[in-house]
Write a protein that binds this ligand. Structure first.
Ligand SMILES: [Fe+2]
Ligand SMILES: [Fe+2]
Length: 227
């Protein structure tokens, strides 16, 4: 962390990076899918369910806890707030379309509708990637600097605690290893080093292996983690 008095935005940036990298990975995987890939596509759909839920949790926390707190401190955030929440809605719709098209693709394996279903699924994944890229970029430009300007480190940590309470532990079970998977090795070592011993043990023995089982059928990440 650069300045310990300022909000720690590392996890926020990492969540966005993970969303973007996996939207890109989804687009590539669907584009490369073959009609004989039924098992692999079912595994992809299982993973996708966790990815989709993690994004919903992230947005729910922003809309219920983080944005309202910021708006109270900085009313000039109002217009951006409206735009960002509008993007959340578009993103939620595209997440649903991508899920439905993935289900359609699984149903088309080995059948005559494979090519049109794959085209649909690629289009849906690309549309999802476009809004994920746009929204995370906009939020990092208009909201993140305001977090730094208007909250202390302790206040922002308190908001994140409230948010975690709101979305529940379920989100942490996937999102913890998910964001660490998209971190560089230095970032991962730094973040893990700050956790209590018990949590590090739970991560290594349970959360990380469980996450790896979930993503193994997806193959290696499409690109190495980068800040
Ligand atoms: Fe957001
Ligand atoms: Fe966000």
């Amino acid at each position: 962390m650069d300045d310990p008095t300022k909000p720690d935005l590392r996890i926020g940036y990492l969540e966005h990076r993970s969303m973007r990298a996996d939207a890109a990975r989804l687009t590539e995987l669907v584009g490369a899918a073959q009609p004989t890939d039924a098992g692999r596509l079912r595994a992809l759909a299982d993973w996708y369910g966790r990815y989709e839920a993690a994004i919903h949790d992230h947005h729910h926390a922003e809309e219920a806890v983080i944005y309202p707190a910021l708006l109270e401190r900085d009313p000039s955030f109002g217009e951006a707030d409206g735009q960002l929440e509008g993007q959340h809605q578009v993103l939620a719709d595209r997440l649903q379309v991508a899920r439905e098209s993935l289900t359609g693709l699984i149903g088309a394996t080995g059948g005559g509708r494979w090519e049109p279903e794959r085209e649909e699924a690629v289009k849906a994944a690309a549309a999802l990637k476009a809004i994920v890229d746009a929204h995370t970029g906009d939020e990092e430009a208009v909201a993140f600097p305001r977090y730094s300007a208007h909250f202390t480190a302790a206040e922002y940590a308190g908001l994140n605690k409230q948010a975690l309470k709101l979305v529940g532990l379920r989100s942490f079970v996937f999102a913890g290893p998910w964001v660490l998977d998209h971190a560089t090795s230095d970032e991962r070592a730094e973040l893990l080093g700050e956790q209590p011993l018990l949590l590090r043990v739970i991560y290594r023995l349970a959360l990380q292996p469980r996450y790896q089982r979930l993503v193994r059928p997806l193959g290696p990440a499409s690109q190495p983690a980068r800040p």
